[in-house]
Structure formats: C-alpha cells, structure tokens
Write a protein that binds this ligand. Sequence first.
Ligand code: CA
Length: 434
Amino acid sequence: MTPLDETHDPDRKSWVPGADAHPHFPIQNLPFGIFAPPGGIPRPGIAIGDHILDLRAVRHALGPQAERALAPATGEGLNDFLAQGAAARRAVRHAVATLLTRGNPAEHHAAQILHPAAGCTLHLPATIGDYTDFYAGLHHATAVGKLFRPDNPLLPNYKHIPIGYHGRASSVVVSGTPVRRPAGQQKRPDSPAPDFAPSQRLDYELELAIWIGPGNELGHPIPIEEAAAHIAGYALLNDWSARDLQAWEYQPLGPFLAKSFATALSPWIITPEALAPFHAPQPPRPASDPHPLPYLWNDSDQQTGALALRLQTWLRTKTLENPLQLAESHATDLYWTPAQLIAHHTSNGCNLRPGDLLGTGTISGPAPNQAGSLLELTQGGKNPLSLPNGETRRFLEDGDEIALLAFAERAGFATIGFGECAGVVEAPQERVLS
Ligand code: CA
C-alpha cells in the first residue's frame, strides 16, 4: 500500500491563491492532466486550486529525479509517463508539493508557470488504447436484475467472477463534451417490429474509472498481490446509456451501440499517492456468499484495497434554478476491489497497456435513492422523478446536464476531490428526426 508522507500533511499550505481548503485540488491532491492555455498547445499539467501548473514550464526547476520522470510526458498524452509506475509519479508529486508550498520562491514566477483553470481547455490525459467496463456495483446489479427477475436478481455467476465487457475507446470523451442523443434500432413492447429513432430512454451511469500504469506482457497475468502497482490513478466515468437500444440489442452478446456513442471521463488522474489516506477495507462478504477463487483473493487487498469515496450525481436542466442532487453512493459499494478487477482481466493472459481504462460499473448504494442511474431511480421509467420546479424525469431530456462528483474525506487529512465529470444532452441530428 502507498505510504503516507509529508505530502499528505493537512497543515501544508500553498502560495497559490484559493488552493488551501479547495474542495477538489488542495496541495495534498496534485492530480495529473493535459491542458491547453488560451492560444497555446496541449501540455501536461497539475491542478492546484483554481489554477493549473504548467509542468513543461517548471520541469527544470523540479530537480533531476522529477525532471527525468517527466521527460516522457508530452501534450500528446501521459501514457509513457504512466508506464513508469509509482516511482515517477511520486518523484513529481514530491517536487511539485515543495514548489507550491508557501514560502517557496517559485511564487515570484507564478505568471510564467500557472494558468487560471477557467480559461484553459482540458483534454483526455492519455491516449486510451482499450476500455473495459465492469459490473462490480453490487447494488446496481441487484436493482437492475430485480427489474427483470424480481425473485432472483443476481445471476449465478455474479459473486464468483467480476463481470465485464470490452467497451469502445474511440468515443471516450473528456468532461464538458456535449453528448448528442443517439438514434438506433429499438423494439417497442407494443410494436411487432423494430424501428430506427432517437433514443427516448437516455440515461447516465455513475462509475469510477481506473487508469492503468505499467501493465503486463501478453500471456503474463498480473497476480492479485501485484495488481495495485499497475494502477496509475482514478477518475470519474459517465457510461452514457440508451436503455431502449440496449434492451433490444444486448442479447446474446451484451451492450453495443447503446453504450458506444459516448463515455465521459473527468480530466484529472487522481493518483494512488493522493488517495493513500483514503484506502479502506473491502466490506466483508456475507457468510452465505461464495469465497472467491485463489487468483482473486489477497488478504492485504481485502484489508486496504477499497476506496472511501463519496460519489454524487447532480442534474441541471434548462429551467431548474439550482442543480439538483439525484443521489449519493460510496466506492465501497463495489463488490470487487480494483485489484480483483485487474487480476481477473489479465488472468487469461490478456495484456493491459499504459493508458488503458477500466470502468468499475455503476456504483449505487443499497437504498433506492442512492442509485447511480435513472434506470434504477425511476424503476425503468415507471416512477418518474419530480423536480422542485414541477418538471418530471423518467429519462434525460435534451438540454439536461449530468455532473458526477467524488470526494475523499477522512478525519485528520485534507479533503480532496476528483473535479467534475459533466456533459449536456444535445438534440439528435435532424436527419434522424425527419
Ligand atoms: Ca456501465
């Protein structure tokens, strides 16, 4: 497990205005990303308060170890930086924490090395070779299963094997990218044949994303006790989903066009180092649950491999005065740890590469109002949500915006956040409407 050190000191203050006690990016967080300042080209950066530190501009001031670690980080993506693993991340984290601490002379060069985040364009932090989506949210799997099989919601494999499928990397977009309502083939219950139309059951899914660091050679599984070393960091992921397309297409091979039109990702890689104080035990399995096979089990992973994160979904509409919180859940609502997902993914020899992306699956809490999707919150559209201004929602309407948030909190440590994963639903292409 990642050790605690002076970079986690809650009393460490930064000279960057607004950074101390910033809800997402105080000096204890220091997440990596790719950004472009106004009129500039994309480059690696670190979020600090409401600013972004330009790593290209400061790399020579960070000392030889951090400078060497940053050499492979380019505006094209952080893949080669992530491939180096924890030592490189830690070298940069320590050097940047020192640089940004109150009293450091770097403050006199603030204009050259800091950019106000509001004026910058954020990009995906790495080129995603492959994207896999799991289904590890126990309460989501149970609630969705209940819609179809009230007496037997979980299929017999669920508690033995982390369920997943290979997603689409080309349509993973950074937070802020609007999502155009997809059209597709759908078969209405009262219609004898399918038609092709804009989705009427557009939904979101609140998930955690896992960025892969070093990865493995083809044919060489990652043992579970080594899996954590391959996690480069975390982000928030919205697995936009068209439920009407999904219902018609998913059997027998699983989701396809109902998911591949867009997957949104928060722009900052929250590192395992930043999250070191927020590791938690995996909630114990009920005695009646099967014990996982040995390749999925590691005592130390069970003791510290989960993350204590508070996850939130917010809705903004064209007419709502204030954003409305739809739900809150916790990363400990996952049935499998990130290490178990990685051990399982590579157990057949499949190779994970630097910059690959894993989604955990929708994270819902046990209560109905803690659900990470509208499918659950409205029971498949049967019980619409009532909004404070009198509107209702079964599924998303054009102009609706979904924003996902995550916070890591623990007494004695500075709270850190993930930044937002947000996107507005746009009307479908007119060609489809006619
Ligand atoms: Ca999903």
